[in-house]
Write a protein that binds this ligand. Structure first.
Ligand code: 2M8
Length: 417
C-alpha cells in the first residue's frame, strides 16, 4: 500500500485528497520505514528538508509537483511573498516536529554518519526557530493555525470564534468530491482557516508580536517537540556535536507541560479547558507524568469508557475527543474519530512511563482495528468503519513500526503469551 503512494521522492499522505508532501506525515512514514527500508526513509527526510525556509521553518506542505486536485494549493499560499521561502513552493506555516525522532529511528536502525551530518544542523535551526518565533511566556511554543496541529479539533473552536471572517476568501472544497462531507471540516471551519492564511500571507508569514490572528498553545505539538529535542540532543551526541541547546529546550518544554497537570481531570489543562480532547493526554508521549499521574491518566481518562477509552457502544479507542464532551462527533475528522498516529504516540508514551501491559493492550486494539478496516485516515469509534481517505500512508507506516517493535520485545514476554 505504501508503495502505491510513493512517487520515489515523496509519499503522498493518502490515496485520496492529499497529492503533495506533508511534514509530519513524511516524518511518521520515514520512522515507520526505519527498519524496513532506511534508504527510502532517508530520501523522504531529504525531500521534506528541500522545503526548509532560510530562517529554519520546515513548512507543513511542500508542493513538489503541479497537482490541481487539492485546495488550497501553492497559488493560494504564494510562499514567494516571503524572501525567506525556498524556490520550491510551500505553505507558510509548520507542523508538529516529529522529524528529529524519525531521523533518530533511522540512525538506530541503520547508522549513517554522513546523513546525520547533512540533516542534524537543519533540525537544529528548525527547533531553534520554534522557540524563537513561537515562544509563549510559559516556556511552551504556540501554533499559528489549526493546520499546524489537528485541524477541526474542538479545542480550537473558541479561539477561532474570535476571528473576524468578514471579506474571507472564497472556499473551494475539492476534498468533498472524494470524502463524505460529514467526515470533513465544515465550510465555516474552512472560512476561518482561509482567513488566517490570508492574514498571515499579508504579513509575509512572519507576524510581529501581537499580530498573529490565531495563537494556541497546543499540548500535542509541545509534547512532540519535547521528545524531538531529546532525540536531537542524542543525534548531536552521535555526531560529536553540541546538543546543549536541544537538551535545554526539551527540558524547558517538559517542565512547562508538567505544570499543566490538572488533578481533578487526571489529564493536562489545554488552552481551552472547556473542551476535553485527546490533546490533554499528550504529555504522556513525552513521559511527563509521574508514575502516580500516569496511572490515573490511564484509569480515569485514556482508558475510561466514558471518556477516551473503549466502551460497550464504542469499542474502538482512543477517541480524539472525549465521549463525554458535547463537541464529540464520532465521524468528523479530528472531533471524535480514532487516529492511528494518536494511538501510536500514546503507546510510545505508555511504554516510556513503564505501563507496559497498558501499552500492549492499546497496541493490540490498534492492530485489530487496521486488520479489520485497513489503512484508513481515521475510524469511527462505534463501528470501526474506515473514514476519510483510504490507503493512508502513516496508518500503514506506523503499523509497520508497531509490528516490528512487538517482534523485538524481550523473549520472556513473547514466550509467556
Ligand atoms: C490534514 O490536513 C490538511 C491540511 O493541512 C487537510 O485537511 O487538507 C490533517 O490531518 C493533517 O494533520 C495532515 O498532515 C494532512 C495530510 O495527512 O491532512
Amino acid at each position: 500500500m505504501l508503495a502505491s503512494n510513493d512517487s520515489g521522492a515523496i509519499f503522498r499522505p493518502g490515496r485520496q485528497i492529499y497529492p503533495f508532501q506533508w511534514n509530519w506525515d513524511s516524518a511518521l512514514i520515514a520512522l515507520g520505514l526505519a527498519r524496513i527500508d532506511s534508504e527510502r526513509g532517508r530520501t523522504e527526510v531529504r525531500s521534506l528538508l528541500r522545503g526548509q525556509w532560510s530562517d529554519g521553518m520546515v513548512p507543513h506542505i511542500v508542493f513538489h509537483g503541479n497537482a490541481t486536485d487539492y485546495a488550497p494549493g501553492p497559488e493560494v499560499w504564494d510562499s514567494a511573498v516571503s524572501p525567506l521561502a525556498p524556490k520550491l513552493p510551500t505553505s507558510g506555516i509548520t507542523q508538529p516536529p516529529v522529524l528529529a525522532s524519525a531521523v533518530r529511528a533511522l540512525h538506530e536502525a541503520a547508522p549513517d554518519a554522513a546523513f546525520l551530518a547533512e540533516v542534524v544542523p537543519a533540525l537544529e535551526t528548525w527547533h531553534d526557530w520554534l522557540h524563537r518565533e513561537r515562544a509563549d511566556d510559559s516556556g511552551l511554543v504556540a501554533i499559528h493555525h489549526p493546520w499546524e496541529a489537528a485541524d477541526n479539533s474542538p479545542r480550537f473552536d473558541r479561539a477561532l470564534a474570535r476571528l473576524d471572517t468578514a471579506g474571507a476568501p472564497a472556499v473551494e472544497r475539492l476534498d468533498r468530491r472524494v470524502v463524505d462531507a460529514a467526515e470533513r471540516p465544515t465550510d465555516r471551519d474552512y472560512t476561518q482557516y482561509l482567513t488566517i492564511v490570508d492574514r498571515l500571507h499579508a504579513l509575509g508569514y512572519r507576524p510581529g508580536p501581537g499580530e498573529a490572528p490565531f495563537v494556541y498553545v497546543d499540548l500535542s505539538f509541545n509534547s512532540i517537540l519535547a521528545v524531538a529535542e531529546a532525540d536531537l540532543a542524542w543525534l548531536w551526541g552521535e555526531l560529536g556535536g553540541d546538543g546543549r541547546r536541544a537538551q535545554a529546550g526539551g527540558s524547558r518544554v517538559r517542565d512547562a507541560l508538567a505544570a499543566r497537570w490538572d488533578e481533578s481531570a487526571a489529564a493536562y489543562a489545554g488552552d481551552d479547558d472547556a473542551t476535553a480532547t485527546v490533546d490533554t493526554l499528550f504529555p504522556l508521549y513525552a513521559a511527563v507524568p509521574s508514575a502516580a499521574q500516569a496511572r490515573r491518566l490511564w484509569d480515569e481518562a485514556l482508558w475510561s469508557p466514558a471518556r477516551f477509552g473503549p466502551s460497550q457502544d464504542a469499542p474502538w479507542a482512543v477517541t480524539s475527543t472525549s465521549k463525554s464532551s458535547p463537541a464529540y462527533d464520532p465521524r468528523r475528522y479530528w472531533r471524535g474519530p480514532v487516529w492511528i498516529n494518536v494511538n501510536w504516540f500514546l503507546i510510545r508514551g505508555l511504554e516510556r512511563v513503564g505501563l507496559a501491559a497498558e501499552a500492549a493492550e492499546l497496541r493490540q486494539l490498534t492492530l485489530d482495528l487496521v486488520r479489520r478496516s485497513g489503512f484508513s485516515e481515521y475510524y469511527d469509534p462505534h463501528t470501526g468503519d474506515p473514514l476519510g481517505s483510504g490507503g493512508f500512508s502513516w496508518s500503514a507506516a506506523l503499523t509497520l513500526d508497531l509490528l516490528s517493535t512487538a517482534r523485538s520485545r524481550p523473549e520472556s514476554s513473547i514466550r509467556s503469551r
